[in-house]
Design a protein around this ligand. Structure first.
Ligand code: AMP
Ligand code: MG
Length: 336
C-alpha cells in the first residue's frame, strides 16, 4: 500500500486538514484508491490501514476460487456442499443473510446461490480469453441442469453456531454481485471508527464517500460510460455526500464468440447474459445496497427496475439503454 500526503487544504471555515491517499491492487482483483482528509499523517495512516485490512479479510472470506490458510471461506462452503456445515466468520454469515434479503427483494433475479450456472460461464470465459479462436458458449443442457441446483432455501445459515451448510451437493455460492459493495461498506466503517469524517473509497469502481471533501464541497465522482470506445469516458459527474455510486455493465467483463460479446451478468431465466442495457448505476447511502441494486436492475426490465428503485428511499438509478439513450430517476442527475 502506498500512501501519499498532499496539499494542506484552504480552510473555508473548516479546520486545516491534509489530504492523504493510498492505492493498492491486491483486493478483489481490481485497482483501489482511498482518499482521506485528516489532521495528521498518523491518523490518516492508521485509518487507511484499518480499511485496507478489512478489505483484505473480506477478499479472502468471499473468494470462491482460492483457499487461504486458516480461513474457511465461500470456497470452503462450496467444497463441503452436501457434506457438512462449515464454521465461518461473522462477515460471511452477515453477507449471506443480506444475500437472502436481496434474493427476496428482487424476486430471485439476483441469486448468490446460482454458482453452478455462473461457474459454467466463468469457465468458458476464461477459456475464450486464453484462446479466442476456440471460444465457445456453455452447453445449453449443462446450463439447464445446473440451474436446477440454485434454490436459495438450500443455503442453511445458522447464526447461532456461525455455520453455513449447502443442503444440495450440486449447488454452490457466488457472491460476486454483492461482496465488493459489502466489503467497501465495512471499510468505510473502519475509517469512521478511526476518526475519519471525510473520505472517498473507490474499490474497482464501487465508490463510497464519507462526509464532504476537505474543502466542504461534495465529493465529485464520475459515472462510467459503458461505451469504452467513446471519446468521453464519463457520462456525467455527480456529487456524493455520505453516499455510494456503483455501476454494473456488460463492458466490465466479457468474452467474444463468433463476433458477439457475452458478459458476466446472467439472467436467471434465460441462463444467458442479460440483454436489456449497456450499463446501469445506482446512488444510495449504503455501498452493499448500491452493489446489490446495480446488479438487480441490470437483470430486470426498465419497468421492473424503476418499480424497485421507487420503492426505496433515497435511492436513485441510471440506465443506459441498448440504443445509447440514458434514462434516470428524477433525483439522479440532481446529485450533480
Ligand atoms: P456486479 O458486477 O456487481 O453487477 O456483479 C456481477 C457478478 O455477480 C458476476 O461476475 C457474477 O459473479 C455474479 N452474478 C452474475 N449474474 C448474477 C445473478 N443473476 N445473480 C447473482 N449473482 C450474479
Ligand atoms: Mg453488484
Amino acid at each position: 500500500m502506498i500512501i501519499i500526503a498532499a496539499l494542506i487544504m484552504p480552510s473555508f471555515g473548516y479546520a486545516e486538514t491534509k489530504r492523504y491517499e493510498a492505492s493498492f491492487s491486491d483486493v478483489f482483483d481490481t485497482y483501489s484508491k482511498i482518499i482521506v482528509y485528516a489532521d495528521d499523517k498518523t491518523t490518516a495512516q492508521n485509518a487507511m490501514q484499518a480499511a485496507y485490512d478489512e478489505l483484505k479479510i473480506c477478499h479472502k472470506n468471499y473468494d470462491i476460487y482460492n483457499d487461504y490458510e486458516g480461513v474457511n471461506n465461500i470456497k470452503t462452503i462450496n467444497d463441503n456442499a452436501g457434506i457438512a456445515p462449515v464454521a465461518v466468520d461473522a462477515r460471511i454469515i452477515d453477507l449471506l443473510l443480506y444475500s437472502r434479503d436481496i434474493y427476496g427483494l428482487t424476486g430471485g433475479r439476483v441469486n448468490t446461490a446460482m454458482g453452478s450456472v455462473l461457474r459454467l460461464w466463468h469457465e468458458k470465459r476464461d477459456e475464450g480469453l486464453d484462446a479466442p479462436e476456440n471460444a465457445s458458449l456453455p452447453d445449453a443442457e449443462m446450463l439447464k441442469s445446473a440451474s436446477e441446483h440454485t434454490d436459495f432455501s438450500n443455503v442453511i445459515i445458522d447464526g447461532q453456531t456461525s455455520t453455513v451448510y449447502l443442503a444440495d451437493a450440486a449447488m454452490s455460492l457466488d457472491v460476486g454481485a454483492i461482496a465488493k459493495g459489502y466489503a467497501v461498506e465495512r471499510a468505510a466503517e473502519a475509517l469512521a471508527e478511526n476518526g475519519i469524517s471525510s473520505a472517498l473509497l473507490s474499490i474497482g469502481g464501487n465508490v463510497r464517500s464519507i462526509g464532504v471533501r476537505g474543502d466542504g464541497f461534495p465529493w465529485q465522482v464520475s459515472v462510467q460510460n459503458p461505451d469504452l470506445q467513446a471519446s468521453e469516458q464519463s457520462l456525467m459527474t455527480v456529487g456524493l455526500t455520505d453516499g455510494s455510486l456503483v455501476s454494473s455493465g456488460g463492458y466490465q467483463r466479457f468474452y467474444t464468440v463468433d463476433g458477439k460479446n457475452y458478459h458476466h451478468i446472467i439472467d436467471p431465466d434465460s441462463l444467458f447474459p442479460a440483454e436489456s442495457f449497456d450499463g446501469v448505476s445506482i446512488i444510495t447511502h449504503d455501498s452493499a445496497l448500491a452493489d446489490a441494486l446495480s446488479t438487480s436492475i441490470f437483470v430486470m426490465t426498465l419497468e421492473e427496475g424503476r418499480k424497485l428503485i421507487d420503492s426505496l428511499e433515497n435511492t436513485e438509478a441510471l440506465w443506459v439503454l441498448k440504443t445509447g439513450e440514458i434514462v434516470t430517476t428524477d433525483g439522479f442527475a440532481k446529485q450533480n
